[in-house]
Design a protein around this ligand. Structure first.
Ligand SMILES: Nc1ncnc2c1ncn2[C@@H]1O[C@H](COP(=O)(O)OP(=O)(O)OP(=O)(O)O)[C@@H](O)[C@H]1O
Ligand SMILES: [Mg+2]
Length: 250
């Protein structure tokens, strides 16, 4: 049986000033099957974060319709996890307590919160750092805590806005690898925004390029699974895909 579509955008327009001639998103049509890993790339200001905000139900489209698992975005919100570029941890909460936050918001009992948060910290390799405050963790470790906090609700759809930007190359590669491993275990749909075209190609099933509020490229990547981001970069097909998309971005 065909998997249900997890995300559908139909003719979606967004304008922040009520003027349709200055649409930030202009008649976007997009269907994302459940379990797909989609990377969204494009120049600064082209509307990437706006798409994530729509899917998170934080803003409404000026026109068109968005559905998540067949429901309106506002109703489908419980399925969605959102991770921002900056780690946004609360400095006065220990790592464990940061990861528990979404569970607190759902009113889960303390024991279950502790157990689930602890399991997520273990999965991102920070089981021994549960009692650390964010200021005592490295940038990479803080991003791992933020990832654990996003995964802790087991979202069906994960929205990630440049989660690995501003990390050094090795830390980034480690986080990317671990993230792919987690994704393979969980079968979530991922929509991953990045400025970094090689990262998009190396991580995603499918790369979508936005140019001035319109989709200007949308294609599957040929690399298969399981995959290692570093191996993709060395694949001869990587260069072909990269050159094609870079030309569009220029
Ligand atoms: N709340 C808002 N009010 C007014 N304009 C907004 C608002 N949010 C976004 N915009 C405008 O919409 C456009 C797209 O913004 P968006 O944040 O989606 O871009 P982006 O592709 O994520 O850029 P970046 O790569 O720099 O993060 C920009 O011109 C931005 O100024
Ligand atoms: Mg953005």
């Amino acid at each position: 049986m065909e998997k249900p579509h997890s995300v559908v955008l139909e003719n979606v327009c967004v304008s922040f000033n009520g003027d349709p001639s200055s649409n930030v998103l202009d008649r976007i049509n997009l269907t994302i099957p459940a379990g797909e890993f989609v990377a969204l790339v494009g120049k600064s200001g082209c509307g990437k974060t706006t798409i994530l905000n729509l899917l998170a139900g934080l803003i409404e489209p000026t026109q068109g319709r968005i559905s998540i698992h067949g429901k309106d975005a506002a109703e489908g919100r419980e399925h969605v996890g959102y991770m921002f570029a900056r780690d946004c941890l609360f400095p006065w909460r220990r790592a464990q307590k940061n990861v528990e936050m979404p569970l607190e918001a759902r009113g889960l009992p303390a024991e279950e919160r502790r157990r689930r948060a602890r399991r997520e910290l273990d999965r991102v390799g920070l089981g021994n750092f549960a009692d650390y405050y964010p200021k005592s963790l490295s940038h990479g470790m803080r991003q791992r805590v933020a990832i654990a906090r996003t995964w802790v609700l087991d979202p069906d759809i994960l929205l990630m806005d440049e989660p690995f930007a501003a990390l050094d190359a090795q830390t980034r590669l480690n986080l990317e690898r671990d993230f792919l491993k987690q994704w393979a275990e969980r079968e979530s749909t991922v929509i991953f925004v990045t400025h970094d075209l090689p990262e998009a190609i190396a991580l995603a099933d499918r790369v979508i390029v936005l140019g001035k509020g319109k989709i200007i490229y949308d294609d599957k990547m040929p690399f298969g699974w399981p995959r290692d981001p570093e191996t993709v970069l060395a694949d001869p097909r990587f260069g072909q895909v990269f050159a094609k998309i870079r030309d569009l971005l220029d």
